[in-house]
Design a protein around this ligand. Structure first.
Ligand code: SF4
Length: 343
């Protein structure tokens, strides 16, 4: 069964102030106010394009703090989507919000109108990082919100950022460990980008903030991903959604923006596995077998992993598929290189 999200952006709605890194209008590429009519129109338009057979379709309210919107407006937006659930045309509603805007009255209302998944913006579990990022809530608010959400049958997602002001590699590892203790069903991981017209841009231009490089973000996200996977927590997003505004509109001033960020992280994990298996091999031709569908991750963006093997160990590698292998399983067949021979 395929899963489809019908995204409805509520840029900056319900947010009590600006987090230093956030400019939702630029990130989501939309300035429009959302009304019940726009929700209805968006759902209708998307449904025309989706093959609804064997599909799981959810309406997703993203880009603001949904539960910070006045209750009557939350209800009027949700009731449109709920109508489509009752007609059997969509199967659920997901939304993102802040941890300090969760209480039982709010949760009762979300449940009543068919919300199935709540994603909380945690960002960090280090209070100094939260403070420096202008989040306006603490790590304790996250723990309290999760406890309340767990009294209901919602699926819980937690969003984490790396490279925030005052953040470090160690603090991010700590945040991941705290998130794992909270046992969400899913996680999104976002390296911080410096977006135009934000406080973070001002901090960056005044040398008060140093963004992560792509390599630093990949190295850290690799460790985080492995931690979440080991805890059986699904990471459903690695890196910011690339809207036209972000990729083409010049909205990103600095930071680890890469159109294939998730792929870079997966490839880095493969490189570690492959180089560990080849630790005693040099100057050879090797055949590397990986699972079906994993060749591009094992090869790396622009054949990066093959280049590294060549440069670091004088290994000529060819990566092949073996349907008997499972994800991240790697089998090596190495042949000592004959003079002037190559793959
Ligand atoms: S709460 Fe979320 S949407 Fe609102 S300003 Fe902060 S990061 Fe942006």
């Amino acid at each position: 069964m395929r899963t489809y999200n019908i995204p409805i952006f509520v840029p900056h709605r319900g947010c009590p102030f600006d987090c230093v890194f956030c400019n939702q209008k630029r990130i989501t590429g939309t300035n429009n106010e959302v009304t019940p009519q726009t929700v209805d129109n968006t759902i209708k338009e998307y449904l025309k394009t989706i093959n609804t057979e064997d599909a799981k379709i959810e309406v997703a309210f993203f880009g603001g703090s949904f539960t910070g919107i006045p209750m009557s407006e939350q209800t009027s937006l949700l009731s449109v989507a709920h109508k489509y659930i009752q007609m059997g045309k969509i199967h659920g509603i997901r939304l993102s919000t802040r941890p300090d805007y969760i209480n039982r009255e709010i949760l009762d209302n979300l449940l009543k109108y068919g919300v199935t998944t709540i994603e909380l913006g945690v960002q960090s579990m280090s209070d100094d990082v939260l403070l420096a990022s202008g989040r306006g809530h603490t790590s304790k608010d996250v723990v309290n919100a999760v406890k309340k959400i767990r009294e209901y049958p919602f699926t819980l997602g937690l969003q984490m950022m790396t490279g925030l002001p005052q953040d470090t590699f160690e603090k991010s590892i700590y945040t991941a460990e705290q998130i794992i203790k909270l046992q969400p069903e899913l996680v999104r991981l976002y390296p911080t980008l410096t977006i135009k017209d934000t406080e973070l841009e001002r901090m960056y231009k005044n040398n008060l903030y140093t963004p992560q490089t792509v390599d630093e973000a990949v190295l850290l996200c690799k460790e985080l991903l492995l931690k979440f996977e080991a805890a059986n927590i699904k990471v459903i997003r690695l890196g910011l959604q690339s809207t036209d505004e972000i990729s083409e509109g010049g909205s990103v001033v600095a930071g680890p923006l890469h159109s294939s960020f998730g792929e870079l992280v997966q490839s880095a994990i493969y490189y570690d596995i492959i180089s560990q298996k080849l630790k005693d091999v040099k100057n050879s031709d090797v055949f590397i077998y990986v699972a079906k569908g994993e060749i591009s991750k094992a090869t790396g963006n622009r054949k990066m992993n093959l280049e590294k093997l060549k440069n670091e160990k004088n290994i000529n590698a060819k990566i092949l598929e073996d349907i008997n292998l499972s994800k991240r399983e790697v089998v090596i067949n190495a042949v000592k290189k004959a003079p002037n021979a190559g793959l």
